[in-house]
Design a protein around this ligand. Structure first.
Ligand code: BDR
Ligand code: CA
Length: 322
């Protein structure tokens, strides 16, 4: 019998909020896409404070895995606040606890579990980080072998070719929430690929896509279609930037997609540094794309272009069947 090509072992680190009405949906789609991609083997999900508090992220992840028929995937809770702001802890709303509180996470802490799984199999496990980088930074600090052992860390985060043009949030959200963690990860020596806002804002789900998913009659797709419509409505009602076209970006699913399909994106080696500490530019990434006369040592690759139609076909093809 021909041997099966080996699948990429993946840890997904997420601040998932799909399922809470009017909340960001892309982490939920990213989890679904990872589970639906035959080349990927999701063996652990870890949660982090970000889009939502870490308690809600854990409960909503467990609920989504149940919906996807994958309660076998362990979910371990992680950082409740950014590295430099340990007091900034939010709790899950009571209504969410009432609905989902009967579910239980697996024991342990995300960073420790991430470090344990990665270092047990050097070169085999990819971490896909789709929330603030707090857990990944802690894993690198906890175990000095982590950075050398991880196959790569694929991050949805940063903006490398342009600014957000918003003083209130000058950097991309995931890096802006915990710039000290992003800085630690960039200095860790791990192999890093960043999929930033420059490309993720080009891959979009429209209201028509949402309606199509909802009408599919498939258990995940119809639920996700409803969540998408609610998220698009919420963004329009709150005047969010980028909501003008009645669509929303699939930031995190693109980071998952490139693990199995790196050709969806054009990559450039870069030296990326993050503005930390008190500054008007806190959380901003400065990327040197090694094109000048003086070329610093690269510390990652960044996505500089995306084949949006090819991504959408890959993405919708996978999630519509769920
Ligand atoms: C990132 O921030 C979150 O809102 C999304 O889930 C994504 O991970 C985009 O800036
Ligand atoms: Ca996210």
């Amino acid at each position: 019998m021909p041997s099966q090509p080996s699948r990429r072992r993946v840890i997904l680190d997420t601040d998932l909020s799909m399922g809470a009405v009017g909340s960001e949906i892309d982490d939920g789609f990213a989890l679904a896409l990872a589970l639906a991609t035959p080349e990927l083997d999701v063996e652990l999900v870890t949660t982090v404070n970000g889009n939502t508090d870490v308690e809600s992220a854990g409960l909503l992840t467990l609920a989504l895995l149940e919906r996807l028929g994958r309660t076998d995937v362990p979910v371990v809770g992680g950082a409740a606040a950014p590295l430099a702001r340990p007091g900034d802890v939010r709790r899950a709303p009571q209504a969410l606890r009432d609905e989902h509180g009967h579910r239980a996470l697996s024991p342990g802490y995300a960073a420790a579990e991430m470090a344990r799984v990665v270092t047990a199999s050097p070169g085999e496990v990819t971490v896909v980080a789709i929330g603030p980088l707090t857990n990944v930074a802690l894993a690198a600090v906890l175990d000095p072998a982590f950075a050398g052992a991880v196959a790569e860390v694929v991050v949805m985060g940063g903006s490398f070719l342009r600014h957000t043009n918003e003083l209130a949030m000058p950097g991309e959200f995931n890096v802006w929430v915990d710039p000290e963690a992003a800085d630690a990860v960039l200095r860790s020596g791990a192999r890093l690929r960043f999929v930033g806002l420059d490309v993720t804002t080009q891959v979009r789900l429209t209201s028509a896509d949402a309606a199509r998913l909802e009408a599919s009659g498939r258990p995940f797709a119809s639920f996700a279609g409803r969540c998408t419509a609610a998220w698009i409505e919420h963004r329009a009602a709150t005047g969010s930037s980028g909501a003008e076209d009645g669509a929303c970006a699939m930031h995190d699913p693109l980071a998952v997609a490139v693990v199995a399909r790196p050709e969806l994106v054009t990559w450039a080696p870069a030296r990326v540094e993050v503005v930390t500490g008190p500054s008007v530019a806190r959380g901003v990434c400065v990327a040197d794309l090694l094109r000048g006369a003086e070329r610093p040592e690269p510390n990652c690759e960044v996505a500089v272009a995306v084949d949006a139609p090819a991504f959408t076909e890959h993405f919708l093809g996978a999630v519509e069947a769920l």
